[in-house]
Design a protein around this ligand. Structure first.
Ligand code: ADP
Ligand code: MG
Length: 605
C-alpha cells in the first residue's frame, strides 16, 4: 500500500507542457495560434518568417493593437485572456481565441520572445520566456503592434520532438495554416518567408482576389459563386465545378464564423451536394464561409477549436447542401468567362416547365430565346451574348435552318447552333462567343439521367410497349431472378416475363429511352441485382441504376445526327440542370471563345 504514489498537484510548467501536447502538437498549430492572435488584435498586416519548417524559428509580426507592458506576463500565463470574462461571453465569442492557453503552451516548449506596443505607450516592451521561465519586462523599440518569436520548438520536450516529421512536412502544415488565415481575412496583407525565401506576398484585396492569389486562376475559372441566406445561416464563397475536382482534399476550405473548421457533418453535406456530378474517387474544391449567430454554434469543442457543434445540426447540413447543390445544378455556365467574382445566375424555376417552353421556342420561327425563356436562362449567358465579343461582330448572322430566315448574333441561343458533327463524337456549334464543342454521348447521357431522375421522383418510369417483344436468352438463375424482380423492372418501365427456363421476353421499355439497348441493360441490371439483392436496390442504388440506364440509352459514338437533332440536343442542354457535366463528372461541352482562337492563330486585334 505504501508503494502507491501520493496524489499531488502538478507544477505549472508541466501543466503547460501537457496542454501544449494538444494545443500546439506541431509547429503549424503554434503558428495558427499566433496568427489567430494577430487577427484578433485587429492587424491590417501580418508578416511571417519560418526557418526549418517552423521547428527552428517562427516569427509573427503584426500591426494590431498590441499588449500593454504591464500585461505581458499575464499574456503568457495560463487561462489568461482579454477576450472573454464570463461563460456568457464565451457562448457568443466573436474572436478566434478565448481559451487563454496558446501563449502559455508555446512558451512552455520553446524560447519565446514578445515585443509589443500599444497605441498609447511611449515605447514598446519586451518579455522573454525560456521553457516557461519568464524574464522581467524591459523597454524595447518598435512601432504599434506585436512581434512574437518562438525558437527551438519542443527543445525541452524530446518525446514530442520525436513525433515531428521532416522539415518539408512540417513546413507544409505551416503553409496550410497561413493559407487558411489568409483566406479568412483577405483585407489583411500577409507575407510568408521560409528559410529566407519569400513564399507568399499577399496584398490586401477582396475575397475573389485572395482566392485567385492562393488557389490560382484555374480554380477561379472553374468556380461558381455561392451566395445564399436562409434562416440564421448565410453562406458565401466559391464552389468549383466537378470537372475541376482534385485527387485530394487539399482545396477544401470551410470557415464557420471566420474560423477554419474540419467538420464531419458539413463535409458530408458538401460531399452530398457534389455526389451526383462527381466521380467517387475525386474530391471537390471549394472555399466557403458560413456565418450564423455565435449562440447557435459551440466552438469550444476541442482545444484547437477546429471542430464546432451546431445547435441545429440538421438545419446546417440541409442549408449547406442546398446552397451548393443549387449552383452545381445550374444549367450551362461558360468556363473561363466571365470571372467567378462576377458570376450571377438565375435559378431555374421548374425544369419541366422550361422543357415545355424550350420545345415551344424550338418550333417557334426565330429562336428568340430571350423572349421565350426569359429569366429562366442563366444571367451569365445573356451577359455573354451582350459582351464585347458580341459587339465586335454586330453583322454576323446565321440562318435558322428551319425557316431560312436570318438570325442576328444577339438572338443566338447560349450554346449556339450546330454546324457539324466531328468524327461521330463531337457536335460543333457556333454561339455568340465562338465555337462550342459538345461531347455528344456524354451530354446526351446527362440529359437522360436528369430526365430519368425527375420521372422516377414523381412515381415510376413511364413504359412504352414494344410492337414485337424481344426475346433474351439468359442463364437459369437470371431468369429466376428476373421473375422475382418483376416489380423492380416495372418501376423502371420494363415489362419482363419468363418465356421458359432460359429465356425472358421484354414486352415494354422505359418511354424515356427510345434508343435503349434493352437486352444489354437487362443483363446489367440482373448482374447488379445478383450482387446487391433486390429488396432495397431501388432505394439505395436508384441513382446508379438510372445512371446505367442513361448510359445505355444515350446516343453512341458514330451515330450520325442531323443538324436539327444536334440543335435539339443543344437546346435541351441549355435547360437541363447539371448538363455541364456527364454522370461521371467530366465536362460535356467546352467553349472556345474567339479570343482563344485568336490566340491560337496569334492574331492580334
Ligand atoms: P487567447 O487568444 O485565447 O486569449 P492566448 O494565449 O493566445 O489566448 O493570448 C493571451 C492574450 O494575449 C490574448 O487574450 C491577448 O490579450 C494577448 N495577445 C496575444 N497575442 C497578441 C497579439 N498579437 N496582439 C495583441 N494581443 C495579443
Ligand atoms: Mg490566442
Amino acid at each position: 500500500m505504501s508503494d502507491l504514489p501520493a496524489i499531488r498537484v502538478l507544477p505549472d510548467l508541466l501543466i503547460n507542457q501537457i496542454a501544449a501536447g494538444e494545443v500546439v502538437e506541431r509547429p503549424a498549430a503554434a503558428l495558427k495560434e499566433l496568427l489567430e492572435n494577430s487577427l484578433d488584435a485587429g492587424a491590417t498586416r501580418i508578416d511571417i518568417e519560418l526557418v526549418q519548417g517552423g521547428m527552428k524559428y517562427m516569427r509573427v509580426v503584426d500591426d494590431g493593437q498590441g499588449i500593454a507592458a504591464a500585461e505581458l506576463p499575464l499574456a503568457l500565463a495560463r487561462h489568461a485572456t482579454s477576450k472573454i470574462r464570463s461563460l456568457e461571453d464565451m457562448e457568443r465569442v466573436a474572436t478566434l481565441g478565448f481559451r487563454g492557453e496558446a501563449l502559455a503552451s508555446i512558451a512552455a516548449i520553446s524560447r519565446l520572445n514578445i515585443v509589443s506596443r500599444t497605441a498609447d505607450a511611449k515605447h514598446a516592451s519586451r518579455i522573454e520566456a525560456v521553457a516557461g521561465e519568464l524574464s522581467a519586462v524591459e523597454p524595447a523599440a518598435r512601432e504599434v503592434g506585436t512581434a512574437i518569436t518562438a525558437e527551438d520548438l519542443y527543445f525541452n520536450t524530446p518525446a514530442r520532438r520525436k513525433f515531428l516529421k521532416t522539415e518539408v512536412t512540417e513546413y507544409g502544415h505551416c503553409e496550410d495554416a497561413v493559407i487558411r488565415a489568409a483566406l479568412s481575412a483577405p483585407e489583411i496583407s500577409m507575407t510568408l518567408n521560409h528559410n529566407g525565401r519569400a513564399v507568399w506576398q499577399l496584398p490586401p484585396g477582396n475575397m475573389g482576389q485572395r482566392v485567385q492569389a492562393l488557389l490560382g486562376q484555374e480554380f477561379i475559372d472553374a468556380a461558381a459563386a455561392v451566395e445564399e441566406n436562409a434562416g440564421p445561416f448565410t453562406i458565401s464563397g466559391f464552389a468549383a465545378s466537378p470537372s475541376y475536382s482534385r485527387s485530394g482534399r487539399d482545396q477544401q476550405f470551410l470557415f464557420v464564423n471566420g474560423r477554419f473548421v474540419r467538420d464531419k457533418l458539413l463535409s458530408h453535406a458538401l460531399r452530398e451536394a457534389y455526389r451526383d456530378v462527381l466521380h467517387g474517387q475525386r474530391h471537390p474544391a471549394f472555399v466557403l464561409f458560413l456565418t450564423l449567430d455565435p449562440l447557435l454554434v459551440d466552438v469550444n469543442v476541442h482545444p484547437t477549436k477546429s471542430e464546432v457543434r451546431f445547435r441545429d445540426a440538421r438545419a446546417a447540413h440541409q442549408f449547406i447542401f442546398h446552397a451548393v447543390n443549387k449552383v452545381l445544378g445550374r444549367p450551362v455556365a461558360v468556363a473561363g468567362t466571365p470571372s467567378a467574382q462576377t458570376f450571377e445566375y438565375s435559378i431555374p424555376v421548374a425544369a419541366k416547365e422550361q422543357t415545355e417552353n424550350g420545345n415551344r421556342s424550338l418550333r417557334s420561327r426565330n429562336f428568340s430565346f430571350q423572349g421565350s425563356l426569359g429569366v429562366q436562362q442563366p444571367a451569365t449567358m445573356y451577359a455573354m451574348l451582350n459582351d464585347d465579343t458580341a459587339r465586335r461582330f454586330p453583322q454576323t448572322a446565321l440562318t435558322d435552318t428551319a425557316t431560312g430566315s436570318d438570325i442576328t448574333r444577339a438572338d443566338l441561343p447560349p450554346l449556339g447552333f450546330a454546324l457539324a458533327q466531328l468524327h461521330g463524337i463531337y457536335v460543333l456549334a457556333q454561339n455568340a462567343h465562338g465555337l462550342v464543342v459538345v461531347d455528344m454521348h456524354a451530354a446526351h447521357e446527362r440529359l437522360l439521367y436528369e430526365k430519368l431522375k425527375t420521372a422516377m421522383s414523381q412515381d415510376q418510369l413511364a413504359s412504352q410497349p414494344l410492337i414485337a417483344p424481344i426475346a433474351v436468352p439468359l442463364a437459369e438463375r437470371e431468369v429466376e431472378l428476373a421473375e422475382q424482380s418483376r416489380d423492380f423492372f416495372a418501376a423502371l418501365g420494363f415489362d419482363v416475363t419468363a418465356m421458359g427456363p432460359r429465356q425472358v421476353a421484354i414486352r415494354a421499355v422505359p418511354a424515356h429511352l427510345p434508343g435503349l439497348d434493352a437486352p444489354a441493360i437487362l443483363r446489367e441490371l440482373l448482374a447488379d441485382l445478383a450482387e446487391h439483392g433486390t429488396s432495397r436496390a431501388l432505394i439505395e442504388q436508384r441513382d446508379e441504376i438510372l445512371s446505367t440506364m442513361a448510359c445505355h440509352g444515350a446516343v453512341r459514338a458514330n451515330r450520325m445526327l442531323t443538324i436539327p437533332e444536334m440543335n435539339a440536343l443543344l437546346r435541351e442542354m441549355e435547360i437541363t440542370e447539371r448538363s455541364g457535366q456527364c454522370n461521371h463528372g467530366r465536362p460535356t461541352w467546352y467553349q472556345f471563345s474567339l479570343a482563344d482562337l485568336d490566340k491560337l492563330f496569334m492574331r492580334g486585334r
